[in-house]
Design a protein. Structure first.
Length: 120
């Protein structure tokens, strides 16, 4: 079973995503504080990370760059999720995410993106 780590500071969104993703057969770990991202990755190496851009006082785009910069995590696909950002410029930068899904997300679009990244 493939594992997805969902990182969002909104606990309601974490619950909804966990429910949806488990319904599609994924094992889901959640994290509401980006400061603990690498601790959580060490605990349970995920097959994919769904990462919110607005994480309280943190920027998910910076966390994505950190994931992509580390040798032990650079191969993990990262899908950024956000309601308020256009991130086309982020795809051109070093440490870019593998994909982006806008909130509120269409479930088919979200699952399609996850499946594409896990198959890549």
């Amino acid at each position: 079973m493939q594992t997805i780590l969902v990182v969002d500071d909104d606990k309601d969104i974490l619950e909804v995503l966990q429910y949806i993703l488990e319904d599609f057969g994924y094992q889901v770990n959640t994290l509401s504080d980006g400061h603990y991202l690498f601790d959580k990755i060490k605990e349970h190496m995920p097959d994919l990370i769904l990462l919110d851009i607005m994480l309280g006082n943190m920027d998910g785009r910076e966390l994505c760059k950190d994931v992509k910069a580390k040798l032990e995590t650079h191969n993990i696909p990262v899908i950024l999720i956000s309601a308020s950002h256009s991130i086309h410029e982020s795809f051109q930068q070093k440490g870019a995410p593998n994909d982006f899904v806008a909130k509120p997300f269409d479930i088919k679009e979200l699952i399609g993106s996850i499946e594409r990244q896990l198959a890549a």
